[in-house]
Every structure is written in C-alpha cells, then in structure tokens.
Write a protein that binds this ligand. Sequence first.
Ligand code: ZN
Length: 369
Amino acid sequence: MGIETIVNISHKYGSDEEFVLAGGGNTSYKDEENLYIKGSGTSLATIKAEGFVKMSRKSLSKIWEKTYPQNSKEREAQVLKDMMGAKCEGEEAKRPSVETLLHNLFPHTYILHVHPARVNGITCSNDGEKVVKRLFPDAIWVKETEPGYILASECRSKLEKYKVETGKAANLLFLQNHGIFFAANSEKELDLLVSHVIETIKAQEKIVPDFTEVKEDAEAVEKIKTVLASSLGGATVKFTLNKEIEALCKSKEDFAPVLYPMTPDHIVYCKSSPLFVDDAENISKDVLDYSDKHGFMPKIVFVKNVGMFACGKDEKDAATAEKLWLDEIKISVYAKNFSGVRPMAENMIDFIANWEVESYRSKVAEGKA
Ligand SMILES: [Zn+2]
C-alpha cells in the first residue's frame, strides 16, 4: 500500500523507455494530509521510498490563495520558496519536483506523469487538441504555456471546470508539447488507464517510426567525427543512421520536421536547435556560425546525406542527447498520423532556454554545477 505502491509504479514505468527517458517524468502518492512526490535528481527506475519528498497538502493548497508578482522570474522564485516551505519536517535537504503543484491538484492517490513519444505524437501535432477530444472525451487538454506556476494554474482552472460540469474528477490530462498525467486510486486502476491510452493511440497509427539501421559511409563518418570533436573542444561524438534519419538528412527541406524542439526535454538535453550541415567540407565554419548565433555549441548535428551526430562533454552526455533526438524523430513520425508536427512556440523555446541558464546559474551559486 501507499508508498510501496508508488515505488513499484515508479520502477515499472521508469524502467520502460516507452515511457521514460533520461531521468524524466515523476510520480506521487497522497493521503489526506500529505503528498509524497519524487525528489528532483532521483530517477524513477531506481527510486526508493526515501527518494520521495513528504509535503503538507494544506501548505501547498495555500499557494493558490496568494497573489504573486507579474514578473515571471520574481513570481517563480516566490512560488518555489513557498513550495519549499511546504515540505514536512525532516525533509529539508530534499528538493521536490518542479511539477509538484500539478500533482497536488488531483484528488487521486497515485499520479504518474510522463512524456512518452507515442503520446507526444499527439500533443506535438497540429491536430492535437481535436484528436484528444475525439479519442479521450473525458480528458483535459492544456495548451502550451509557461512552465511552473502559470502552467499549474491553467491546469487547476481546467480541472475545476471539469469537476463542476461533470461532478467527477478528471483522471487524464494532456499537456501540449510536453506529456501526460495519469491519475488513479490503485495501481491496477492506473495500469488499466495507461494501457487504455496507449492502445487507443496505437490503433490510430498508420505511420510508425522505422529505425531500421542503414549502412553508413564509414570513412566520411570518421572524418566528420574528428572534425566535430575538435571544433567542439574535444567533445565526445556519437553517430547514428537509420531509415528515418536517412530520409531527414536528404535536404534542409526534408529536415524541417525536426528543426525545432518538440518539448522542454529536448531543449534541456539537446539545446534549442540542432545544426544542419549542407556540405561536410564546411562543418567547422558551420559550427562556429552556430555558436556565434546561439551563444552555445550544438549538441545535435545532421550532415546532409551522411547521418546524425550527437555531441556531449562525455559519453553519457552524448548518449543522452542522441536518445532524446531519436525521441524527437519518433514524435515527428507519430505526428504524421495527426496532421504533422507542431513544434514548441518560439517564445516558449526562448523561455525554457533562459530558464535553463537561470537554473544553471543557481546551481553554480550553490556550488553544485
Ligand atoms: Zn513533465
């Protein structure tokens, strides 16, 4: 029961790459008084009971009675302070997930929040809202908006409206260009809900990603890897080529569906845009131009007719970037079933990218980065 059940749920979905990549997603358990939410920096696949942060639900609810500043930086800082203040005694050293407020909005005992490619094929598509309404008439749809307090408050008003109109609490919430919340009162109920959603979506798919490996031009790949590693100051570079990548790197036009990030995860691990190189001879110059324009180095580089290169400060960093951009590609293919991709809005990309800088700065300030 309770905490052991949420540990089980976390392990089950956290170790399945269909649901969770690179430490993403979060879970919670609640009773009348307390919310137990996944702590920041823990991973669902391996979390233990003590990895959850015990919080006072009453204190969290009080956040909605307060008025916060309009300025987003000041507002988020104050909300975060109040959220930290809602931790129970003995939990001081832990840091609750940034999505804590969302978890507390549901009355259900168990909450699972994940960003699966299959679901994001809908949330990142042009027809996302229509498709959700048609396939899941009882689900809530929330438009892409600033993460943090604004997103939580948008979800709150939608959930309350649903409750007033139907007399019951919604148990499914889709977030545009982000992911999904599942809410249930038992593990069994949660599993049934998850499989209902996944099977319903699967039944709609006429086009699915084809990740069949394609033989690369080994000589060209090695040459590019060397040039990239040195242009990026000794970065680790990983190469991938499959049927989807082959089709995307035929030309800049073919590359268009994955030119912009689909969800915040893609920005966090792969930066706000990949680099497309038309002519392998110009890679060093293109990397320089990219870093002049963006103020950072690219993490994902597509070279025309060659394939995809994922770059990172070490093997793990490069592998994570690769995994996330493969996820981006999957989403772009799934979205073809729903009128094509709708990447994140430009202002949201900038917002998240800046937020990342801020959180990096704050870690530096705490001496953790
Ligand atoms: Zn999320």
